[in-house]
Design a protein around this ligand. Structure first.
Ligand SMILES: [Zn+2]
Length: 212
């Protein structure tokens, strides 16, 4: 079953209202972003798949998992990928207190930076849930809020559906989301491979741009 387009592609009014949020990549640089890891079960397989195709990605790690699996974060960086902040514990951040926002957005940034020695520039809110307070806290912490222009749907557990979604909606400036978590574990590799194939067929580049 294929769901309606706006299940996968954020509607234009949302993108227009929140202009400070990064929704699209720069032209000619499709960004593959991989959320929720690192995980002992999936991250190495994901890294091997990306390495086989010489593709670099941006991993939005949760700080709890990053600290627990520091060797995997180091491996992500050693292979030339980038990391972003996906909060400490993957809480929904809408309607939460200032102290929770500080911990999940600001303290999580410092903790990943301390653990890896790598500056963190990008934050992705868990579940894509944000409000003006979340955006203010992200901005104040010196990070940029990176959402997406295309959900791969890998978490639905159907590789063939993801393949159709990518074939239908992949653009030269897409930011595509995948998940390094239990829901996607049977589809993430297949989804990444089919995306890379589709990008190659359409002669589109997969690279990590700098969003300044
Ligand atoms: Zn997430």
């Amino acid at each position: 079953m294929i769901r309606p387009k706006y299940y996968y592609v954020p509607p234009v009014p949302l993108r227009t209202i929140f202009k400070s949020v990064i929704w699209n990549s720069t032209n000619d640089h499709i960004l593959l972003s991989i959320d929720d890891g690192p995980s002992v079960s999936e991250t190495t397989k994901i890294l091997n798949t990306l390495r086989d195709s010489s593709v670099k990605a941006l991993f939005f790690v949760t700080t709890d998992a990053a600290i627990k699996n520091r060797h995997l974060v180091n491996e992500i960086l050693a292979q030339g990928h980038s990391i972003g902040n996906h909060s400490f514990s993957h809480k929904r951040l809408r309607f939460v207190s200032g102290s929770i926002l500080k911990r999940e957005i600001v303290d999580s940034k410092s903790a990943i930076e301390d653990a890896t020695g790598t500056p963190i520039m990008y934050f992705r809110p868990p579940y894509g849930a944000f409000d003006p307070f979340v955006l203010k806290a992200i901005k104040k912490s010196g990070q940029k809020c990176v959402m997406w222009s295309l959900l791969s749907g890998d978490f639905l557990g159907s590789g063939s559906e993801t393949e159709k979604v990518i074939k239908n909606y992949l653009n030269p400036d897409s930011i595509v989301v995948y998940h390094d978590n239990f829901k996607s574990r049977n589809t993430i590799i297949e989804s990444l491979i089919s995306t890379i194939q589709t990008a190659n067929e359409k002669d589109l580049k997969l690279e990590i741009p700098q969003y300044v």
